[in-house]
Design a binder for this molecule. Sequence first.
Ligand SMILES: *Cc1c(COP(=O)(O)O)cnc(C)c1O
Length: 396
Amino acid sequence: MYGKFKNYLTDELSAIQEAGLFKNERVITSPQGAAITVGNGQEVLNFCANNYLGLSNHPRLIAAAKKAMDERGYGMSSVRFICGTQDTHKELEAAITDFFKTEDTILYAACFDANGGVFEPLLSEQDAIISDSLNHASIIDGVRLCKAKRYRYANADMADLEKQLQDAQEQRFRLIVTDGVFSMDGNVAPMDKICDLAEKYDAMVMVDESHSAGVVGQTGRGVSEKFNTYGRVDIYTGTLGKSFGGAVGGFTTGRKEIIDMLRQRSRPYLFSNSIPPMVAAAGTEVFNMLKENNDIHDKLVKNVEYFRTRMIDAGFDILPTQSAICAVMLYDAKLSQDMAAELQKEGIYVTGFYYPVVPKGKARIRVQISAAHELEHLDKCIAAFIKIGTQLGVLK
Ligand SMILES: *Cc1c(COP(=O)(O)O)cnc(C)c1O
């Protein structure tokens, strides 16, 4: 049997390769950070990690993880409700609840699991989920696992959301779901307007804070801090894999009864292993650090502002970001790949995106700014963009 299947896979894989969509893993031989070493020994400045707060290799998190490993061991060998809950897990849940000013929190192995396990236990065929068209794959998969009727609205388009809400009035319960920050454009979901429409049309609101938490809002507390929608958002999901240390882990935080029900019925929580003590303890240390002062977040905001201003002054076409994601628009797919390759030769590590990851004719290089970047890193990146941009005719 495998012979036929092997031929089928080989053909499919060549088709992916021919379409220029084959994904190669790029190997790094150093810790994650602003400057990294890649497979060939080259040192490059990293502008494509989700390491927004620069915590991936932070000494305090490493120390917290080591201490937890010494005191609580390596692994849990259990799901949470059997014997996979330590004090470290409860402490992290409490820290997340405090950070988002919610009522309770449930941990998952990843935000992919949080989103996979949030809809099905809460909603049924009598209900409606109204989802932004650019929501993350894990939300799309989570919605598929749930029998609720699905509605989709164009990205951050409030007129379309209103129309979908009107169409969904027959259903028993309605849940609007959106990413906080959309990862390709770096735009923020208009949470205040979403909450207004939710009230008008009697709907609940869920936001995935994976790219927004730690980044948006005065102190990086996410969309509810930015739009003052505290108490109006029912469910938040998020990851520990981006701003908050970058290791692994996800969570759902929000209204008490919702979290209570997820602990009873959410399948990725009930049937998947608990996160290791060192990850839970280092996660708690992240939130302790962010409570002490706003220095890290302030630095990120300054870095984004510095980079954007200078890139726009240089003549680049940058989408109006409200996050740490700066999309340098090139429009042409091949140009986005050539430019990323040339930038890497200059020691700048970035990724070019084109159709189908972004719409046709909207190819770009996505630059992700971090609090780990120093001004000299940003200057070097900007200089390389100007040099290569001029060479390739992007800048006149
Ligand atoms: C990265 C991301 C996820 C997945 O998070 P993991 O913890 O890595 O599984 C989910 N949702 C959004 C919006 C993301 O950007």
